[in-house]
Design a protein around this ligand. Structure first.
Ligand code: HEM
Length: 476
């Protein structure tokens, strides 16, 4: 490329972003009664501190420092080039989760919106809203029960092909292989490991670019992510077209996977969903469920390696269930209901190592919270750490104690790894099933120990042991 053109094409987006930020700043500087806090440098805001505290393994530091300095309920900052109010604690979570579509609506950084344009600009904004409403139907416990045997079967194949005969494995990439294989089977009936592995490549590129700096230039992770999303969308559209033919010819069945279920679902007017929207929803589910559930599984393995007493209790529960099964019989819904202690352990893992740090909203009206004004258009952030490691919500928060989840469990709005209210993660139940199926399969086969005893954890944006958690595996 011509060097002048290259310099120009780099400078132009930066200058326009700077102009936009300065324009917004001059606009909000005159608004009275904004929350306390600082907006940081023009354009960059406090994004660097936000990202660096995560990469150093302590994302809670960004939050705790500001809650201590300004207010435990709310502070202002600027990240992703946007003025933002961070709303904290139980009252903050309750406020945001209860005001969905009244005072706030979902918002994602620009990089995410451009990669998933269907929710903002397709032929069908209403179609997308309709789909969002219908999504929980495809992923509710009643709908998922029929997939538990499939998950168990994939887990068995995964352990045979990737763990058996090895002395050492790195957990995170293996957890990703497992969750992606399950997703391909449950959503799309793809189970051939070669096809799954090929399909996984563009997902890894997409995951790496989705929260990167949104500069659409050759070679940037962001541009690669846009191309990867297009490649996946094309493949999904081909699968959808073929599936429609197969359903009409009765070569595919209505209940075989989530795709069939979506294609045959109708809204209140008897209308089928638009194909592009189905493709984008499946893409959203594959992305939403890919790294989050793998991170949860990786940290379950990590904590079980570090806490032998907890390992022993999970082992006892799972081995009882394994003994109750006939040779070759797959796990079912009743078995999963018996895994209470194991799920309490997984919840305690997600309290201390939440796969997502929180999510964002946009104010759709002017409002006040904790006595401070939030102008329409401001972005809002809720963050798990303002309650998960708060001693008022969880006494001795640094202690690993699955008993916190016994009985009625934690108080409302304190334990929020999946969010809350109408926008709560639609994949929560699916995640519960696949995490438990993995726990059952790993613990009945192995004990394990960490190869690097003091492996650092980084959060970028998901938490991850820096080397992916290598472990030595010891078959029973
Ligand atoms: C341990 C695993 C998981 C965790 C901790 C998690 C957590 C979350 C959180 C915090 C949100 C944002 C909620 C908000 O905006 O307030 C979210 C959204 C979402 N999750 Fe999950 N998730 C997990 C697994 C999954 C799985 C397995 C799927 C798919 C099957 C999934 C699909 C989605 C989707 C599609 C959204 C966006 C929903 C929307 O915009 O309305 N997630 N998740």
């Amino acid at each position: 490329m011509d060097p002048i053109l290259l310099v120009f094409s780099i400078l132009l987006p930066i200058l326009s972003l700077a102009f936009l930020v300065l324009y917004k700043k001059s606009n909000y500087a005159s608004i009275p009664n904004l929350p306390p806090g600082k907006m940081g440098l023009p354009m960059i805001g406090e994004s660097i501190e936000y990202l660096l505290t995560g990469r150093r393994g302590h994302p809670e530091k960004f939050l705790n420092d500001r809650m201590a300095k300004y207010s435990p309920q709310i502070f202002k900052t600027s990240i992703f080039g946007e003025p933002m109010a961070v709303i904290c604690g139980v009252a903050g979570n309750k406020f945001l989760f209860s005001n969905e579509n009244k005072l706030v609506t979902a918002w994602w950084p620009d990089s995410v919106n451009k990669i998933f344009p269907s929710s903002t600009q397709t032929s069908s904004k209403e179609e997308s809203i309709k789909m969002r409403k219908m999504l929980p139907n495809f992923l509710k416990p009643e709908a998922l029960q029929r997939y538990i045997g499939m998950m168990d079967m994939i887990a068995q194949r995964h352990f045979e092909s990737s763990w058996e005969g090895k002395q050492e494995i790195t957990v995170f990439p293996q957890a990703k292989r497992f969750t992606f294989w399950v997703a391909c089977k449950v959503f799309l009936s793809i189970e051939d490991p070669v096809h799954v592995a090929k399909f996984a490549d563009p997902f890894n590129v997409l995951a790496a670019g989705i929260l990167s700096v949104p500069i659409n230039l050759p070679g940037t992770p962001y541009r690669r992510a846009i191309f990867a999303a297009e490649t996946i969308r094309k493949e999904l559209m081909a699968i959808i077209k073929q599936r429609k033919i197969d359903l009409a010819d009765k070569r595919a069945t209505p209940n075989q996977d989530v795709l069939s279920h979506m294609l045959l679902a109708t809204d209140e007017n008897g209308q089928y969903l638009n194909e592009l929207n189905v493709a984008d929803r499946i893409l959203g589910l594959l992305i939403g469920g890919h790294d989050t559930a793998s991170a949860a599984i990786t940290f379950v393995v990590k904590y079980l390696a570090e806490l032998p007493n907890i390992y022993n209790e999970v082992y006892k529960e799972q081995i009882e269930i394994a003994k109750s099964k006939k040779e070759g019989e797959l796990l079912n819904w009743e078995d999963l209901q018996k895994m209470k202690y194991s799920w309490n352990v997984a919840c305690e893992v997600m309290r201390l190592a939440p796969p997502l740090q929180g999510a964002f909203r946009e104010a759709i009206a002017d409002f006040t919270f904790a006595g401070f004004s939030i102008p329409k258009g401001w972005k809002l952030h809720w963050n798990v750490n303002s309650t998960h490691i708060n001693p008022e919500c969880f006494p001795e928060p640094e202690k690993f104690n699955p008993a916190r989840f016994e009985g009625n469990g934690p108080a409302p709005y304190t334990f929020v790894p999946f969010g809350g209210g109408p926008r709560m993660c639609p994949g929560k139940e699916y995640a519960r099933l696949e995490i438990l199926v993995f726990m059952h399969n790993v613990i009945k086969r192995y004990k394990w120990e960490k190869v690097i005893s003091d492996e650092k954890v980084i959060v970028d944006p998901l938490p991850m042991p820096a080397k992916g958690l290598p472990v030595r595996i010891l078959p029973h």
